[in-house]
Design a protein around this ligand. Sequence first.
Ligand code: NZQ
Ligand code: ZN
Length: 385
Amino acid sequence: MLNFDFYNPTRILFGKGKVAEINQHVPADARVLVLMGGNSAKTNGTLAEVKAALASRYVEEFSGIEPNPSYETLMQAVAQIKANKLDYLLAVGGGSVIDGTKFVAAAVYAEGDAWQILTTHGANVKKALPYGTVLTLPATGSEMNDGAVITREAEKAKLFFTSEKVFPQFSVLDPTKSYTLPTRQLANGVVDAYTHVMEQYLTYPVGAKVQDRFAEGLLQTLIETGPQLLENPNDYELQANLMWTATLALNGLIGAGVPSDWATHMIGHEVTALHGLDHAQTLAIILPTMLSLRRESKRAKLLQYAERVWNIREGSEEQRIEAAITKTRDFFESMQVKTRLSAYQITKEDIPALLAQLEKHGMVKLGEHGDVTLDISRTVLETSI
Ligand code: NZQ
Ligand code: ZN
């Protein structure tokens, strides 16, 4: 097992009715900004519940944070906070709203150009406003981690930052809040969480037995729960299992003491920035190809994955690896998420621009061995068509 430093201060308030407990965790004299996406939090009643829980506190709203939240929109929230002296944030939404809130929390204190938070990947964040979240879409794990991904529309740049200063103080995980999710977003959540586990599990063995078995349990839970949820989105037990699985997939626990990959995510971010695909749609395309092309360096873990997650025990090593990758692709397709670039009319002619963006963003030595060069990324993209 590798050395690690595991820190996670986020309180989780899990279950039906837990929104009311916000009242105990936001300072009584806080001047609160509630941040939201489009309309979902208003139309499904979550906003009303949140406002009731905030009781007599001074509350303002900021809505319009888009999927793949943009710097341009978020800076408007920063201006509102400064103008009205707000001092506590509450994100109500999915990963985009929570990520956007993380950026806003740090940008309020940024010296100079706030975009540098992204270009330094968070290294320059010294302080951030405190905030909590009410999660409405299980997927990203943003509700219990210190990372965020922000897009600068003007530059078509989608970059991440991490900083200990932007862990949420608390997150409400009420599984009934995701009953209203469109099928596409529910399926996206399953694929995103699955890929988060794979980025941290499917590398090379370091003898981290419990991290491996924890990761395998999360994957199996997603394989079992995902298709059932497509049929029964209002099933509390299913939603509860997805929500907690997605949180555990990226709250640092399974990534402690093991190598991690993240090449699929970094290439996926460029596909979203240039072509507008949902985050999970990019992952469903890139991950199977990535595993297939890097099967030599991932061989031991691919065999373990085949046996323990998919129960594949027959055939040669090559056949078992091939079968496990096919199962992965079929699982994503069974969740109604396409696994080819051509499904979104992206062709070979689009690949040079994607590679140029990867180069511009320094994404030239990706993966657990730093050996995913631009040449490999090109092959991955070409093979993903
Ligand atoms: O905007 P509204 O009206 O709220 O609608 C949203 C949005 O259109 C809708 N939605 C959310 N909850 C709903 C709902 N609709 C009905 N009922 C509900 N209960 O869903 C749509 C998508 O929301 P979004 O927040 O964009 O989805 P997701 O949670 O998948 O977040 C994706 C973003 O997270 C980033 C991605 O790159 C992407 O920008 N990621 C963040 C990570 C992190 N912070 O650790 C890790 C991930 O790998 C990922 O990169
Ligand atoms: Zn992701």
